[in-house]
Design a protein around this ligand. Structure first.
Ligand code: SF4
Length: 174
């Protein structure tokens, strides 16, 4: 088995990614890195759900001590960009670079992201940013293929996971 660090945006998305990666014989570790989430309460809800999922599935979990202020600096000037546009690309870059750095620090040969399971996330853009972060380690897996998003909904119901109704930053709040 080959070790992989899975950038984890939330528990429902991670659930189906873990299932697929394990079926492909990867040894998965979760990396909760979500500096993009503007509300501390929302971040806590998502993290608590990821912790429960990690326990159910016996997957190691690491939590990135990120700072939303740093993230705001990183995306400065793009605050008003439409969702799915330049701000989101920069946001992907922020999380993927942190995940790449952690994978390198841990000596893990691969990393990838649960973000690609969402129909709202443009996988080619994610892959460009993943490769830019570390072309050797990044595994470009498009989890939304083979009905991945529907499977994440099923597993979220099975495990009783929290499902948010918006992406995460203050600019995406409903
Ligand atoms: S909408 Fe989502 S992906 Fe886009 S910048 Fe906000 S948190 Fe990041």
């Amino acid at each position: 088995m080959s070790a992989i660090l899975l950038h984890t945006c939330c528990a429902p998305c991670a659930s189906a990614c873990i299932e697929r990666l394990r079926a492909e014989r990867y040894d998965v570790t979760l990396f909760f890195s979500n500096a993009n989430i503007g509300s501390p309460a929302e971040c806590a809800l998502r993290l608590e759900s990821v912790r429960r999922l990690a326990e159910y599935l016996a997957v190691p979990l690491m939590v990135d001590p990120t700072s939303h202020d740093d993230w705001l600096t990183y995306i400065r000037g793009l605050e008003q960009a439409a969702e799915g546009g330049a701000r989101c690309r920069r946001c992907f870059a922020y999380s993927l670079r942190r995940t790449a750095a952690k994978a390198a620090e841990l000596g893990m040969p691969h990393f990838t992201t649960s973000l690609s399971i969402s129909p709202h996330k443009h996988s080619p853009t994610l892959f460009e940013e993943g490769r830019a972060a570390d072309p050797q380690r990044f595994l470009a897996t498009d989890f939304k293929q083979r009905d991945g998003f529907r499977r994440s909904g099923e597993l979220a119901r099975v495990y009783g996971l929290y499902r948010q109704n918006y992406c995460g930053c203050e600019f995406s709040e409903p």
